[in-house]
Design a protein around this ligand. Structure first.
Ligand SMILES: [Zn+2]
Length: 78
């Protein structure tokens, strides 16, 4: 199982179809059960649609900070 940090790290490779089938499946499994990562993937996809590409810099540091916030909320016990 991937962690949220793995998803952030692998998202460009995922969208460019560069992950192995196993990694790709783990990625999708994580995104399916993790709303912040789903939102993050949606945001990454929109960035690609708008700019035609996704650079590492497009995801940081603002997005990353926002994401960490979301993860913190998500991980907080209710
Ligand atoms: Zn996650």
């Amino acid at each position: 199982m991937l962690t949220c940090a793995d998803v952030v790290k692998l998202v460009t490779q995922y969208m460019e179809d560069e992950l192995s089938p196993d990694d790709s499946r783990s990625f999708e499994e994580h995104v399916a059960i993790c709303p912040p990562c789903r939102a993050f993937l949606g945001q990454a996809r929109r960035t690609v649609e708008l700019t035609g590409e996704l650079k590492e810099t497009d995801l940081s540091p603002e997005v990353e900070a926002h994401l960490l916030e979301a993860f913190r909320d998500w991980n907080r016990p209710r």
